[in-house]
Design a protein around this ligand. Structure first.
Ligand code: FO1
Length: 320
């Protein structure tokens, strides 16, 4: 089985680890959101790439879910003394990765090449692909104006009500050519991980041509709901849905993804949503999607692949 999975943020990284444990490395490729990226302190920060590579390397911070475990904060303390910006916390070990990435990019490397070099040094054998090597930046629209993503997410702690999103640079961004290679030959499954649909998945799908590439390759496309029992397991997904007057339900997420999907997996707590999802023309599967242990991650990965396989056998997918 070969999988290509779209991921961003902490929820997505959990399932990504499940795939990395369930499949051989050469059969596993991740398309990662770079809409959260920003230039900060002269560094190029790529939070969703870093959350994924630290998770795959077993180095992710267990509490917050971002940054590295076992961190020290001498750099932040010294920066504070100098009056530098410390609202975005960079641990001492994490800092080394950002400095290395900046050095590679300054030397002319693409974000893909820099990511591959870093992933290799962290012992990661799976393929980690930024959605594009061109800059795409998520902008959060609020009643009092637009916010850069990290200002919304970290500096303002997701407090401002959202009215919409924009992905600056997406008009001219090119799909990472390595993604085209990963889709040819077609994988057995394309999976949209349980990430935030608005600020982790939509930026990926905003890259011109990527949505069409995913659909054209013929692999079944399935998503795992990031909403369980009306709540997001982590992060502002449900809050954003409420602010956008979208019901905080699993089926509302399926509807949001629209016709790119063939199948949608809902948690056992939302089994009652299965009919509503089917009425969207989607195949659906009820499973445990809440991932606490490593086994949960691997089990959900296997369930997702099995579900996609059942769709690949030509079962009516309801896809237009
Ligand atoms: N999130 C926070 O809430 N506070 C932080 O200080 C913070 C620092 C940080 C440093 C590196 C990194 O890769 C991620 C970091 N994040 C922090 C998380 C980050 O903002 C989010 O993970 C993504 O942008 C949204 O998924």
């Amino acid at each position: 089985m070969k999988v290509v999975a779209l991921t961003g943020g902490i929820g997505g990284a959990k399932l990504a680890l499940g795939f990395a444990k369930a499949l051989p490395a050469q059969d596993t490729a991740f398309i990662v959101n770079t809409g959260d990226d920003f230039e900060h302190l002269g560094l190029h920060i790529s939070p969703d790439i870093d959350t994924l590579v630290y998770t795959l390397a077993g180095q992710a911070g267990l509490v917050a879910g971002w940054g590295r475990r076992g961190e020290t904060w001498q750099f932040m303390a010294a920066l504070e003394e100098l009056g530098g910006e410390t609202w975005f916390r960079l641990g001492d070990k994490d800092l080394a990765l950002h400095v290395m990435r900046k050095q590679l990019l300054a030397g002319g490397a693409t974000l893909t090449a820099a990511t591959a070099a870093i992933a290799k040094r962290l012992g990661i054998a799976t393929t980690v692909l930024p959605m594009s090597d061109d800059p795409v930046r998520t902008v959060v629209q609020t009643p009092t104006g637009a916010l850069a993503f990290q200002h919304y997410f970290v500096r303002d702690r997701c407090a401002p009500p959202v009215t919409g999103f924009a992905f600056a640079g997406s008009e001219t961004a090119r799909v990472n050519p390595r993604i085209e290679a990963a889709l040819d030959p077609a994988p057995d499954a394309i999976v949209i991980c349980p990430s935030n649909p608005f600020v982790s998945v939509d930026p990926i799908l905003s890259v011109p041509g990527l949505r069409e590439l995913l659909r054209a390759c013929g692999a079944p496309i399935v998503a795992v709901s990031p909403i369980v029992g009306g709540r997001a397991i982590k992060g502002p997904t449900a809050k954003m849905m409420r602010e956008l007057a979208i019901p905080t339900t699993a089926e509302a997420v399926a509807e949001h993804y629209g016709d790119i999907l063939d199948g949608f997996i809902v948690d056992e707590q939302d089994a009652s949503a299965a009919d509503a999802v089917r009425s969207l023309g989607l195949a659906t599967r009820v499973a445990q999607t809440v991932m606490q242990s490593l086994d949960d991650r691997t089990e959900l990965a296997r369930t997702t692949l099995d579900f996609a396989a059942s769709l690949r056998k030509g079962v009516a997918t309801g896809r237009g």
